[in-house]
Design a protein around this ligand. Structure first.
Ligand SMILES: Cc1ncc(COP(=O)(O)O)c(C=O)c1O
Length: 377
């Protein structure tokens, strides 16, 4: 009986889809609850107490990204932040590596007749910087280039600094989706981005809260996003709607423990590399030739469709995913793998994303289960 329970114990290796809230985050949210129920826009003392929690988180994020707190727009998550950054762009350059919350915006812009440039992608999963200039010649002044820092499916780190140089030469502003980057990789390249999207739930914070962070240029001019939602003057009118001060307090606590989060991932690179080494004969690693975040492995197993292997692993109690969580259940091939490797590879990826809590024994279990599944024993 005990053996059976151990064998089916759930093993969560889908930390890129979302992360379990950290105990300190849950404690901060509980502590905030008696104060944070009030409307942070109310001028009375109850409102001011809620407001303080909102402003504390804003300041923490501003310090982390070396920005002015005024230029942090709190949103309902990463999707909203990306939409807010780009939905009214006069023109946009991006690649098929971007998250659907960027790609769908680009498609909408194109439908509305705005110029959109699709950037070339290398087989290792990076935007090809050399091909950017040629594709962007037709973009009007004030257009944006969108490039994420860490890819959600492969963990590949994009050459943000080089892209920023090209964008600057072309007079384009740079938007960076850093949702998968905080707590995972060096954030220094974000200094080159005019706007940055982040989401709390990818760094052990709560769902439904994130931010669009705006950076002043050398002349001190800050990009002015056009609101997607219409309403009151919360978040300076850029994102109207009453803020959820409890969730925002949780976001603040997640930011406070960010260095711990990153430290916790140090051993994870070894585990991830060990997983890949053990499976060399059976699987190919997507993005292996590029710099990658330490915790992600996107593997393709010969003869297996990604969604089938995900289902087989789920029966063994192992939670992983094929493609991004937002496309899960759609059976659509991965646009990221398609852009890198073509249509055949697009249906075969399985993403293992590890976290602070992942142990060597977990990886041993995955290797053992995969060995059995893919060899058909
Ligand atoms: C790279 C990237 N951008 C944006 C998002 C969307 O963030 P949210 O789930 O907070 O809307 C995600 C979530 O999967 C993501 O991985």
């Amino acid at each position: 009986m005990l053996a059976k329970r151990v064998a089916t114990q759930q093993l969560y290796l889908d930390w890129n889809a979302t992360t379990p809230p950290a105990p300190s985050v849950l404690e901060a949210m509980d502590a905030a609850r008696p104060l944070a129920w009030a409307n942070p826009s109310s001028v009375h003392s109850a409102g001011r107490a809620a407001r303080r929690l909102v402003e504390d988180t804003r300041e923490r994020l501003a310090v982390l990204l070396e920005l002015h707190p005024r230029d942090i727009v709190l949103t309902g998550g990463g999707t909203e932040a990306n939409n807010l950054a780009l939905a009214h762009a006069p023109g946009l350059a991006l690649s098929r590596l971007e998250h659907p919350s960027v790609v769908r915006v680009a498609e909408q812009l194109a439908d509305a007749g705005r110029p959109v440039a699709w950037l070339p992608v290398s087989p290792s999963g990076q935007i090809e910087v050399d091909g950017v200039r040629e594709r962007c010649q037709h973009l009007p002044a004030g257009s944006w280039l969108a490039a994420m820092l860490v890819n959600h499916e492969t963990g590949v780190v994009q050459p943000l600094e080089a892209l920023a140089r090209v964008a600057q030469g072309l007079g384009l502003k740079l938007h960076c989706d850093a949702v998968q980057a905080l707590g995972k990789v060096d954030l220094a390249p974000l200094i080159h981005a005019d706007s940055i999207s982040v989401a709390a739930h990818k760094l052990r914070g709560p769902k439904g809260v994130g931010a669009l962070c705006l950076r002043a240029n050398a002349e001190g001019v800050v990009p002015v996003p056009r609101p997607v939602l219409r309403g009151g003057s919360q978040e300076r009118g850029f994102r109207p709607g009453t803020q959820d001060a409890v969730a925002i307090a949780g976001f603040g606590a997640a930011l406070e423990r960010l260095s711990k989060h990153q430290e916790g991932l140090e051993g994870v690179r070894e585990l991830r590399d060990g997983l890949e080494r053990a499976l060399t004969a059976r699987a190919q690693v997507s993005g292996a030739g590029a710099p990658r975040a330490p915790h992600v492995s996107n593997l393709r197993f010969a003869g297996w469709r990604g969604d089938e292997l995900v289902a087989a692993l789920d029966l063994e109690g192992i939670c992983v995913s094929a493609g991004s969580a937002c496309s899960a259940g759609t059976l659509e091939p991965s646009p990221v793998l398609a852009a890198m490797l073509g249509p055949e590879a697009a249906s075969s990826g399985v993403r293992f994303s590890l976290g602070e809590d992942t142990q060597a024994a977990d990886i041993e279990r995955v290797i053992q289960v995969l060995g059995r599944l893919v060899s058909g024993d």
